[in-house]
Write a protein that binds this ligand. Structure first.
Ligand SMILES: Nc1ncnc2c1ncn2[C@@H]1O[C@H](COP(=O)(O)OP(=O)(O)OP(=O)(O)O)[C@@H](O)[C@H]1O
Ligand SMILES: O=c1ccn([C@@H]2O[C@H](COP(=O)(O)O)[C@@H](O)[C@H]2O)c(=O)[nH]1
Ligand SMILES: [Mg+2]
Length: 213
């Protein structure tokens, strides 16, 4: 990220961007299908963080407190865990789910991994629909309660929408209406994944093909 891009990142007001997307938009659901149909390795950053909590480490208990509050884990921790997860996998087609969520994440990701996504899939979904989905998810997630869900929405609006703006300014956002049925959403995603490659990104940086927000 250049100095000018960092300045733009901060100046961009989320008020001009779509107001949907974020927790419960269907990222995990669609990633499973994309991975299966297009041969990607799916890495959910939220899942990687939950695994660290399950390990019982000190870092895990720090992450647990942050997640309960619906806040974002410091970038150095997140990127280190993401890199560790990538190292064990012999793949050049990573589908990174739910990351980067703020400016600090973007910078740490670019600096530490030297990767650049070919495009970023943005699942745009009305907030009332996402709230309904999260409240009926039933996977025992500590952050799927109404109080934390509302905090997560707020963090998305304040921190992640500017990230989407940043990738938009680089022509990398592929937006999908995620308020429809699972099958309908996947039909739109299939069109995007079947399109030609972006030749502006050097192949050496192409390792991560798509981030999904
Ligand atoms: N298009 C859809 N229509 C209805 N329900 C959906 C749709 N997509 C996903 N769901 C359901 O909504 C819930 C949330 O979906 P999912 O876990 O994929 O969202 P997510 O974006 O990964 O959420 P989070 O950010 O919290 O990880 C799940 O119970 C899933 O089965
Ligand atoms: O890049 C990230 C991704 C996630 N988090 C934290 O994890 C939870 C859950 O993430 P999901 O993608 O919804 O599974 C999120 O609310 C954050 O607390 C993060 O800090 N950074
Ligand atoms: Mg998810």
């Amino acid at each position: 990220m250049t100095v000018g891009e960092r300045r733009n990142f901060r100046q961009n007001s989320p008020s001009n961007t779509p107001k949907g997307g974020g927790p419960g938009s269907g990222k995990g659901t669609q990633c499973k299908r994309i991975a299966q149909q297009f041969g990607y390795t799916h890495l959910s950053v939220g899942e990687i963080l939950r695994q660290e909590i399950s390990s019982g480490s000190e870092t895990g208990s720090m992450i647990q407190k942050i997640m309960k509050e619906g806040k974002l884990v410091p970038s150095d921790v997140t990127v280190r865990l993401l890199q560790q997860a990538m190292q064990g996998i012999n793949s050049d087609k990573f589908l990174i789910d739910g990351f980067p969520r703020n400016e600090e994440n973007v910078k740490a990701f670019e600096d530490l991994t030297k990767m650049e996504p070919e495009f970023v899939l943005y699942l745009d979904c009305p907030q009332d629909e996402m709230e309904k989905r999260l409240l009926s998810r039933n996977e025992g997630r500590e952050d799927d309660n109404i109080e934390t869900i509302r905090k997560r929405f707020k963090v998305f609006m304040e921190s992640t929408l500017p990230t989407i703006e940043y990738y938009e300014s680089k022509g990398k956002i592929r937006k999908v209406d995620a308020g429809k049925s699972v099958d309908e959403v996947f039909e739109s995603i299939k069109v995007i994944f079947s399109q030609g490659k972006d030749n502006k990104v050097p192949p050496s940086r192409h390792k991560c093909k798509c981030l999904i927000l």
